[in-house]
Structures are given as C-alpha cells and as structure tokens.
Design a protein around this ligand. Structure first.
Ligand SMILES: Cc1ncc(COP(=O)(O)O)c(C=O)c1O
Length: 377
C-alpha cells in the first residue's frame, strides 16, 4: 500500500496489479499494431487518474484520454509525458495552454477553429477531428462538414490534425444494427477522405465493448475505459469477454461503535427502523458525504467478519448503522465493496441496488475517501 497520510479508517483500495493485468489482456486481444489509449477521465472513473495512468502506461498503453483540459493538466503536473488527448470540447481561448503542455485537443466546429486560431501566440496545436456517426453528442454531422473544417486546419500552420475519431452508442448491446450503421458510416467517410489523398495517422472508434467484441474492426488505436478497471461495459457483455477482467476497486471502513439495543428501539433519522428483537448495532463512519448515498440505506449489505450484514435505518451524512450478528470489537473491518473471506460485494451488485450502471459506482465515492494503491500480496 502506498503511504498516504490520512486520519480516518475509511479507504478505497485500488489494486494496480489488477489494472495492469486488464490492460495487458486487452492489448493481447487486439491486433498487433493497434495502440491502446487508456481512458482516465473523471479521475480514472474514480480510481485516481495519476496512479492509474502510470500503471496503464507501464502495462503497455501508449496514449491517455481525458474529457477536459484540466484533467490533462493534472497528468502533466504529475510528470506524465505521453501523448494525451482531450475528448471533449475545450474553450477556444484556452488552446495556447494545450499547446504549451503538449496536449492534443478535439475539434468539430468551424466557429471553434476560427476562434481558436485567434488565441494561438506560438507553437502548433495538435488536433483530432471528431465525427458524429450516431451518438448525436458532439462531432461533425456530414462528410462535407468534416472536410471543410479539416481543410481549414490544414491550410493553417498553427494547426496539425493528427487524428480522426467517432464514438459508438450501442457497441455493448445484443442488437448490432446501429453499431454496424455507425461503423459503415465511419469507414465510408474515411474512404472519402482517402480519395482526396487525406490520410489520418491516428484513427479510433472503439470503446471497451467494441474493442473486446470486434478487435478486428478497430483502426490504429482504441479508447478503453471501463474494462481497464475490471468491469464489464454492460450485463450483456459479461459472457462475451474472452479473458478474465479483475475488478480493481474496493471500499473499506471500520466499526467505530457497537451497542445492544432492545426490541422496539429505533435506529437513525426518522426512527423508521425498529428492532424486532434485541440486536447488536454497529456504526460505520461512512455516509452520503462519502458518496454512500441515502438510497443505500435499508437496501444493501456490507461485509463484517466475512458475513453479509444489512444496513439498518437511514444513511447519515458521515455514518450509517448495521445490524451485526454478534458483538464485534471497535476497529473491526467493514467491507462495502470487495471481498472478505468467501463473501464478495461487487460494484455490479451495488449498481444493481441503485438501479444504475457500474460506471457510476466508483465515481460516486467522493474524494473525501482516500485512495490507496495496492499490489497483489
Ligand atoms: C469518447 C469516449 N471514448 C471512450 C470512452 C470509454 O468508454 P468505455 O469506458 O466504455 O470503454 C468514453 C467513455 O465514456 C468516451 O466518452
């Protein structure tokens, strides 16, 4: 475990060996010349951007992708020197910052490049062109539009378009009709560029689901996020992953108070949990301020001494209570996500209880909870 100083017994463990093993397995699964871009946006999906980025690069990823310029700058401030691509929209007035830190930006609007051009004082802005083939989120909508803004950049010495990409909306679903439409639309756009002698050095379309399912339908790079963290991109995908993915994120705390309450006594705000019998109640110093949201009260379990115990009563801002099977000592370990003995609470289980997707769960755990980086023992 890396030595981070903090004064609370609640922490996230991120097993970097698991991340490295996932990255290696994904690279192995891809054709030899395809490079992996590790998607470390949103603090590496809540895992910690800097440590995950370093781990992914050591394991063979060649490029990092983030959503916003600030995330790229955090990586640079931590001495990460590899190519970094910002996938989202950046304010045109900030392009000089990107140039100064050797960060590649994404563009897809004529007005954006025109304005960006007025903010470049020195150097050359490295760019990827984003084309929309069906997400309808960001990207150019037609070949003509893409060509027009590409040509605008190619006529200016301050711009250097090195890549082109699109994003799939349904690569994780059983029905592949829409995926195929997007794939065909992108390949036909590439051919039209090629016919004009325009060849992009870096071409990428595939997220985790597409990289895993269709490794042969990739281009020069892939953008892999969720699978690197050991999670399946969707339930439908679980059976389709031909190599083991190892979940990297676990969440732990310790019991800070234990007492026996009598049948009929209530627990927590609203007094709406009422003990049916005399019960051992333990207090866990994790609350909705840590991202363990109120909806998990009365709905979920945690592990104590290798057994599942239910959360009882409402989750408070900084604490919640559990119904123990027996008295335990202060300091007894509590696992909210992860393994204890033969029991395991997965991120997918928590996501299911919250009726959401696994992506959201590690992200939900707030920065108040320190991240510790662990290795296989
Ligand atoms: C543009 C883009 N590429 C790649 C990814 C990575 O997707 P995944 O985490 O499913 O691999 C994302 C994630 O949302 C994205 O927005």
């Amino acid at each position: 475990m890396s030595k981070t100083h903090f004064y609370r017994d609640t922490w996230v463990e991120v097993n970097v060996d698991h991340i490295a093993s996932n990255v290696k397995a994904i690279i192995e699964h891809l054709p030899e010349n395809v490079e992996m871009m590790a998607v470390v946006k949103a603090n590496a999906y809540g895992h910690g951007a800097v440590d995950v980025a370093k781990t992914a690069l050591q394991a063979g990823a060649k490029i990092l992708a983030v959503a916003i310029l600030d995330e790229a700058l955090e990586l640079r401030a931590n001495n990460i020197r590899c190519p970094i691509l910002v996938l989202g929209w950046t304010r045109p007035k900030d392009v000089q910052v990107a140039i100064d830190h050797d960060i590649t930006l994404t563009y897809f609007q004529q007005s954006w490049i025109e304005e960006a051009a007025t903010h470049i004082t020195s150097g050359r802005l490295s760019l990827h062109l984003k084309v929309d083939t069906g997400m309808n989120r960001v990207g150019t909508k037609s070949f003509e539009e893409a060509l027009q803004i590409y040509e605008y950049t190619s006529n200016k010495s301050n711009f250097n378009t090195v890549g082109i990409f699109t994003h799939f909306a349904t690569a994780d679903e059983d029905d592949l009709t829409y995926f195929n439409l997007q794939y065909e639309s992108f390949t036909s756009l590439l051919h039209r560029f090629e016919k004009r002698g325009i060849i992009f050095k870096q071409i990428h379309t595939s997220n985790s689901a597409a990289s895993i399912r269709f490794p042969e339908q990739t281009f020069s790079q892939v953008r892999v996020g969720i699978a690197m963290y050991g999670l399946a991109p969707a339930k439908e995908m679980k059976q389709r992953i031909p190599f083991p993915l190892k979940e990297a994120f676990s969440l732990h705390s310790t019991i800070t108070h234990v007492k026996k309450i009598k049948a009929g006594e209530a627990v927590s705000y609203g007094a709406d949990y009422i003990a049916e019998n005399d019960e051992w109640i333990g207090t866990v110093p994790v609350g909705y301020a840590d991202g363990w949201i109120r909806r998990l009260g009365g709905k979920s379990e945690v592990l104590v001494q290798g057994k599942r115990v239910p959360i009882v009563g409402r989750v408070c801002m900084d604490q919640f209570m559990v119904k123990l099977t027996d008295e335990v000592n202060i300091g007894e370990k509590v696992t909210l996500i992860g393994e204890q003995g033969n029991e395991k609470i997965t991120i997918d289980e928590v996501a299911e209880r919250l009726e959401t997707i696994n992506y959201e769960v590690p992200l939900m755990i707030s920065n108040r909870v320190p991240r510790l980086y662990t290795h296989n023992s």
